[in-house]
Design a protein around this ligand. Structure first.
Ligand code: COA
Ligand code: ZN
Length: 314
């Protein structure tokens, strides 16, 4: 049986947003800026670099405007930011973000915890956000958190995800991201959700955002690739998680994802060795081992000298 994968995949690096929002300690602004510049130098063209949310809710990203102002901007690189409401959109536009990601949750419980309001009220915020971006030239992505399962409510009905996607489509959003906030996706759940959305909104570009909470992150990427998905989000070193979802752990790791995609012959435009260098630097900054695996092991064809290994002597 032969399989056809997309020839090129767009990876959006979300470590500086999804990753750092979960860190206990504030990472200095200059460190964030230097790391984003280093990430761009690896060939990544899409990065979600910060959040324009309430600084009381996510103090780790309270320097969002300074981060955007400090990063080297390049025409071929899209820097996007998370924004929950019009205030966030206005801050993002003032900071010259290339793209905004507006978001809500597919379950009422998580939406209440994360955004302090009902889904219906958040949809109103989305409508106002869409109006605030009109004519700005900024790309608007609608993200649906807990799209593959909610830590409070369990399975989320696919119909609810489809309904929210319809509302996003009617607001003219450029694409939809399905977020697996606490790693509850499995290949069958991914398949039925993507197929349902494709049946209803065949032209809507879909991006998949997985967390590796249960070790299924790259398995779910494989399922996405089989479905023809060519856009995924991942995080340097595999850091990340939502501070308002119990049991949240890291995103799929960017280096590990690039390693997989290249092994499948899929083009990413990213230099894996350079990326491993930046991930090693992040490990130093955060002063703990990160979840990424290729950072430990090296790429699969890493070779050792014979003298590096003692032989078994009986
Ligand atoms: N940027 C900065 N400040 C904001 C803001 C934004 N986008 N949105 C609201 N605020 C401020 C308001 O100005 C107000 O400030 P004040 O107390 O000084 O007057 C305060 O936050 C409360 O505003 P309100 O509209 O009542 O918000 P809320 O308390 O109901 O919280 C959110 C709603 C959406 C702002 C908040 O829940 C939030 O930021 N959530 C983001 C969660 C997140 O990022 N999760 C991780 C990603 S999955
Ligand atoms: Zn996430």
């Amino acid at each position: 049986m032969s399989t056809t994968y997309p020839r090129h995949v767009v990876l959006t690096e979300v470590g500086m947003r999804d990753g750092l929002q979960m860190e206990h300690d504030f990472v200095p602004t200059e460190t964030k800026i230097a790391m984003i510049n280093d990430l761009i130098a690896t060939g990544l063209t899409h990065l979600e670099v910060t959040s324009f949310v309430s600084p009381k809710a996510v103090p780790q990203l309270r320097d969002a405007a300074e981060v955007l102002a400090g990063v080297d901007r390049r025409a071929e690189v899209t820097l996007s930011v998370l924004a929950p409401n019009v205030k966030g959109i206005e801050r993002a536009l003032a900071a010259r973000a290339d793209g905004v990601v507006v978001f809500l949750s597919a379950s009422e419980s998580h939406n209440q915890k994360n955004l302090n309001r009902s889904i219906e009220r958040s949809l109103g915020d989305m409508r106002d956000a869409a109006a605030a971006t009109r004519g700005s030239g900024v790309q608007v992505q609608g993200a649906i958190a807990v799209a593959f399962g909610c830590p409070f409510e369990g399975d989320v009905p696919v119909e609810r995800v489809v309904e929210i996607a319809h509302r996003f489509a009617s607001l003219g959003f450029d694409g939809i991201t399905l977020g697996d906030t606490t790693g509850m996706a499995t290949p069958p759940v991914v398949r039925r959700t993507v197929e349902a959305l494709r049946a209803e909104l065949p032209d809507m570009p879909l991006t998949l955002h997985f967390h590796n909470t249960r070790g299924l992150g790259l398995v779910n990427v494989m399922e996405g690739l089989h479905l023809g998905i060519d856009a995924f989000e991942s995080s340097l070193g595999g850091i990340g998680g939502c501070p308002f979802a119990p049991g949240a752990t890291g995103n799929i790791c960017t280096e590990d994802t690039v390693h997989l995609l290249h092994a499948l012959g899929i083009h990413t435009g990213v230099n894996l060795d350079a990326l491993l260098g930046v991930a090693g630097h992040l490990e130093t900054v955060l002063a703990r081992p990160l979840p990424g695996q290729v950072l430990r092991s090296g790429p699969r064809l890493r070779r050792y000298g014979l003298e590096e290994q003692a032989a078994a002597v009986g």
